[in-house]
Design a protein around this ligand. Structure first.
Ligand code: ASP
Length: 342
């Protein structure tokens, strides 16, 4: 990790002090062909170059930057999550920093955002942003997304809103936002509940707040130890092989991306019941992409020893299950409380 701080100190001292933490992604992607929006290398442009592409940042904030990683976010690791969360908390604990922007790949952005939403211990703004087109593309979306993310992080209105995602002029809560398109510029949505607000031409407008506890009201923190938690899926003709393999590997928790309202193929469900008997936590989520999974709805959670994920998709449910198990919490009643709370 390169954590050297470079400062563009030309901005007025009165402007908010924002640290941009770069992790890679398509926003830092490069291709030799400006017409290429799918074939490119993610995470190769450094944070200095990203900032230089947006000179107007200096009229919004005093910017410092750190290159935390240079990865395609499909390769995000638990170790990097720990590094990032710890760095954000250290920076926000100082009086010298008013907010943080994190540039990230779109592929796992919703997971990182939710992790930070639950583990950052500050009311100062933390805003993730990304891009669907590499920096070299015609109509690259990264520079405006970066400007908007810094604008949100610099705004007083963003304090206390939890971790935010600024993308394509919208401001989403990390709790709700998901990537919903493989290619569209408007790739991020908050299904069912919608965005928190919008940012455009320097104006930031919030229309609602995230209702569930986050950041300073969250009981979670990131440590070095991550319990092994994995995801399986249910579909026509599904077998019990993946569940049995995970149990054999010593997994502590399994999230199932069920059909519909978290329903599970009978064969997989029996394997999961057997997993519960081995002390594995089982959470029912849905592969559908919107809506929520009702406790004791499509499966009898009380009888089976399962937990219902509510409105968290399988990937966010895995984040919450990892954090909850890491605290030593176990058993379906205590785990369900966490899912009903966060
Ligand atoms: N694969 C890229 C990443 O997640 C995609 C993107 O950033 O849009 O890093």
């Amino acid at each position: 990790m390169n954590t050297s701080i470079s400062s563009s100190a030309s901005a007025s001292a009165a402007l908010p002090r924002i640290v941009v933490l770069a992790t890679g992604g398509t926003i830092a992607g490069s291709s030799s062909d400006a017409t290429s929006t799918a074939g490119y290398q993610a995470g190769v442009i450094g944070v200095g170059e990203l900032l230089d592409a947006v000179p107007s940042l200096s009229s919004v904030a005093q910017i410092q930057s750190e290159q935390i990683a240079s990865i395609d976010s499909k390769d995000m690791t638990l170790e990097l999550w720990s590094t990032l969360a710890q760095r954000v908390n250290v920076l926000l604990a100082t009086d010298a920093v008013d907010g943080i922007v994190i540039t990230h790949g779109t592929d796992t952005l919703e997971e990182t955002a939710y992790l930070l939403h639950l583990t950052v211990k500050s009311t100062k703004p933390v805003v993730l942003t990304a891009a669907m087109r590499p920096s070299t593309a015609l109509s690259a979306d990264g520079p405006l997304n970066l400007l908007n993310a810094v604008t949100v992080a610099a705004s007083q209105a963003a304090h206390g809103q939890g971790v935010l995602v600024a993308f394509n002029n919208r401001i989403h809560s990390a709790r709700d936002v998901v990537k919903t398109s493989t290619y569209a510029i408007d790739a991020f949505q908050s299904p069912e509940v919608g965005a928190l607000g919008w940012v455009q031409d320097g104006r930031v407008d919030f229309h609602r707040s995230a209702m569930r506890p986050h950041t300073v009201a969250s009981e979670f923190s990131v440590g070095a130890n991550w319990p092994l938690v994995d995801i399986v899926s249910s579909y026509a003709g599904a077998s019990r092989v993946p569940v049995d393999a995970l149990v054999d590997a010593g997994v502590r928790g399994i999230v199932v991306a069920g059909t519909g309202n978290g329903s599970i193929h009978a064969t997989v469900q029996q394997a999961l019941v057997d997993a519960v008997a081995h002390g594995v936590a089982v959470v029912r989520a849905s592969r559908v992409g919107s809506g929520h999974v009702m406790r004791n709805g499509a499966a009898s959670d009380d009888a089976l020893g399962f937990v219902a994920a509510g409105s968290l998709n399988p990937y966010k449910a895995r984040v919450l299950l990892m954090l909850t198990l890491a605290m030593g919490t176990s058993g379906p009643t205590a785990l369900q409380r966490a899912f009903d709370t966060y």
